[in-house]
Ligand binder design. Structure first.
Ligand SMILES: *[C@@H]1O[C@H](CO)[C@@H](O)[C@H](O)[C@H]1NC(C)=O
Ligand SMILES: *[C@@H]1O[C@H](CO)[C@@H](O)[C@H](O)[C@H]1NC(C)=O
Ligand SMILES: *[C@@H]1O[C@H](CO)[C@@H](O)[C@H](O)[C@H]1NC(C)=O
Ligand SMILES: *[C@@H]1O[C@H](CO)[C@@H](O)[C@H](O)[C@H]1NC(C)=O
Ligand SMILES: *[C@@H]1O[C@H](CO)[C@@H](O)[C@H](O)[C@H]1NC(C)=O
Ligand SMILES: *[C@@H]1O[C@H](CO)[C@@H](O)[C@H](O)[C@H]1NC(C)=O
Length: 607
């Protein structure tokens, strides 16, 4: 952060040595299970940290398991539970795997057996719900399955409304039947179907984790594979999706499931009307847009392709729009050829950074559909944690690893906890004028175009930047007028959204800014290779150098400096309107996080 102004005081908070802040989706409490695999399987858990080291406790109540794992900051550790913890058949067990961390982490689960594997992100307890619909991948034989795990410290009642057929406790239930079970804390129950269980509805008295898949899925040219994915509750389903085929496949299947009767789904120029728990399956020959009148869940089955490839099938969920996050951490396994598919509506892909390097330093292919890009990036046989971010535009990401006969995949970007924070207008006042950010959603809701947004002077219009209409408000033009002058100058203008050629204002936002001779401004520098921040009428740049000669800029991030070591910082402000601008960097601090104002190091104090 930097503050500055006309004659000027400045304070800057230089951000070093961090990943991009804590993003809200990492959490401390998780629950998962080891579902039945066709041969004895193990559950491989990955714990990924952000800017704090974590102490993680993993426990199962019976058979008892209790282990603590320490994870360094910005790294990943793994822990494996063996097949003793696998739930078999239609079993009520105490095998729920509880993960508790002292700081926010992300958790990934891999179900691994000889010749087959699948993976899923593990949802945090906060993201769980009380209503789910099961998707078990295929009209296959008897090995489709799902599991429900208790997530609270008291008895949870579970009602299962069957689609397909299940034999439980000696009773046979078929489509339309409902039965109830109760789960005590740390218990998990698994159900296997004598037919496809897709469409089965699970309603519970308290939040639960639900996992779904297939014990022995028969792909077009494979014989028996585990499919495993944690399901999202109905409350985090969505209504619009852009689906790109992974790995150039043309025969993968997407399944679209409705939670409410009368849901109208449009896909591939065809309209389907679905009942509650009803679903439609499409072969994903190419990229596809799906829209629905009510929330739906889309599951993606990566199938083997006839021909040269013998990839193992896997299951993942398709996150809906709107895209929410600009930053992800994920893990890969070095055994596989690993890929990610980024789905983004950003105009510029040069603003993506993967493992701190611009995306163009990687091999990737691009598909386009309806203003969205699907970027498939090849990572190669690398394991461990990765991070990807875009400097301003949210996106989602699929992660998958392919090898002959074994493959895994999962997706990220559906977390409900990461709510959109950027939907309110923002006014920034600067010494030379102001800048107003109007969310595009408000413009669309008013049924207006970007070009309909203007100031008192209709010639001063807004421009579209990402999801905002941005309009610059100069102090002495565009209809701005001075309300009072003195120590502080107050000036005013109004932003209008006007129906074209009618003079009718649908949006009217009066704006007022105070301008002081000494103005404080704030800038934040995100730790990355680009180091110029443009704000209003200033460009502020911050460059780091290794030596006092200021000749060898630091170009990689993160860059670590030992305590008492030297770091040379060049701070520059450009402003085009005022030649007399003077800058004083009053204070400058380095901090390990934007949010954490406590732990910072003074670089410059009192000028
Ligand atoms: C389960 O079904 C029973 C019987 O219909 C009902 O009384 C109960 O409220 C249901 N429980 C939940 C969690 O929906
Ligand atoms: C998809 O096709 C492109 C272009 O032919 C190729 O470069 C890429 O490696 C393929 N992706 C996979 C996963 O095989
Ligand atoms: C989409 O429609 C085309 C032409 O009607 C058809 O050939 C293709 O299989 C359909 N794709 C899906 C995903 O259903
Ligand atoms: C936006 O502008 C385009 C082209 O000028 C026009 O066709 C369209 O009707 C406008 N939309 C609205 C909502 O006013
Ligand atoms: C602006 O602040 C500086 C430093 O605090 C001070 O010396 C100067 O007199 C101030 N100028 C005005 C116009 O207030
Ligand atoms: C800031 O940088 C941009 C892009 O390089 C440039 O177009 C703009 O004129 C600069 N603004 C100022 C105030 O120097």
């Amino acid at each position: 952060m930097a503050r500055g102004g006309v004659t000027v005081k400045k304070e800057c908070l230089v951000l070093l040595l961090i990943g991009l802040l804590s993003t809200g989706y990492a959490q401390k409490h998780f629950i998962t299970v080891l579902m039945e695999n066709y041969s004895p399987a193990s559950l491989q858990l990955y714990f990924t940290t952000f800017d704090e080291a974590a102490s993680v406790i993993v426990s199962v109540s019976d058979p008892q398991f209790n282990q603590r794992v320490f994870v360094e900051r910005m790294s990943t550790s793994t822990l494996t539970l063996d097949s003793k913890y696998m739930i078999t058949g239609n079993q009520l067990s105490s095998k729920a795997v509880i993960v508790t961390s002292d700081v926010d982490i992300s958790v990934f689960a891999f179900n691994v057996a000889a010749n087959t594997v699948d993976s899923s992100p593990v949802l945090s307890i906060d993201e769980l719900g009380t209503e789910y619909f099961v998707f078990t991948a295929s009209p296959g034989p008897s090995e489709s399955q799902f599991a429900v795990a208790s997530a609270v410290g008291h008895t949870t009642f579970v009602n299962v409304s069957v689609s397909g057929s299940i034999t439980y406790n000696g009773k046979f239930y078929t489509s339309g039947d409902t039965f109830s079970v109760s789960l005590e804390p740390q218990q998990a129950i698994q159900f296997q179907g004598s037919s496809d269980l897709t469409g089965t509805r699970v309603i519970t008295s308290a939040p639960v984790a639900v996992f779904s898949g297939h014990k022995c899925f028969k792909g077009p040219s494979t014989t028996c594979d585990i499919l495993f994915e944690q399901l999202y509750p109905v409350e985090s389903w969505g209504r619009t999706f852009t689906v790109f085929p992974l790995a150039n496949h043309t025969g993968d299947i997407i399944d679209i499931m409705a939670a409410e009767t009368g849901t109208i789904v449009k896909a591939n120029e065809t309209e389907y009307v679905l009942l509650q728990g009803g679903h439609v399956q499409l072969t994903l020959q190419k990229s596809c847009v799906v829209t629905a009148s009510k929330p739906v869940m889309i599951s993606y089955s990566f199938q083997d392709r006839q021909g040269f490839y013998r990839y193992d099938p896997f299951l993942l969920s398709v996150p809906p729009n709107p895209l929410r996050r600009e930053y992800y951490k994920f893990v890969t396994d070095a055994f596989y050829q690993n890929y990610i598919m980024i789905v983004s509506d950003a105009s510029s892909v040069s603003e993506f950074y993967l493992n701190h390097k611009p995306l163009d330093q990687y091999m990737f292919t691009t598909k386009e559909m309806n203003g969205f890009k699907g970027l498939e990036v090849w990572l190669g046989k690398v394991g461990g944690q990765h991070e990807i971010y875009h400097t301003y535009s949210p996106f989602l990401v699929y992660v998958y690893g392919l090898e002959t006969d074994v493959s895994y995949g999962y997706s990220l970007g559906q977390e409900t906890k990461y709510e959109e924070e950027k939907n309110s207008p923002v006014l920034n006042c600067f010494p030379h004028g102001a800048e107003f950010h109007l969310p595009l959603s408000l413009v669309s809701e008013a049924n207006l175009n970007v070009s309909d947004i203007h100031l008192e002077d209709p010639m001063c219009k807004g421009t579209l930047e990402g999801k905002f209409v941005v309009i610059n408000i100069p102090i002495n033009r565009c209809g701005s007028y001075i309300l009072s002058e003195g120590e502080k100058t107050v000036y005013s203008n109004t932003v209008y959204g006007t129906v074209a050629e009618s003079g009718v204002h649908r949006i009217e936002v009066p704006l007022k800014c105070e301008m002081a001779a000494n103005e404080s401004l704030e800038w934040s520098f995100h730790p990355q290779i680009t180091d110029v921040v443009s704000q209003g009428h200033y460009n502020v740049s911050l460059k780091l150098y290794k030596t006092a000669a200021f000749a060898d800029p630091i170009t990689t991030f993160p860059y670590e400096v030992d305590l008492h070591g030297w770091l040379y910082v060049e701070f520059e402000v450009q402003a085009d309107e005022d030649e007399s601008l003077q800058i004083l960097v009053e204070s400058c601090k380095a901090s390990s996080s934007l949010q954490d104002q406590e732990k910072n190091y003074n670089v410059i104090q009192q000028g």
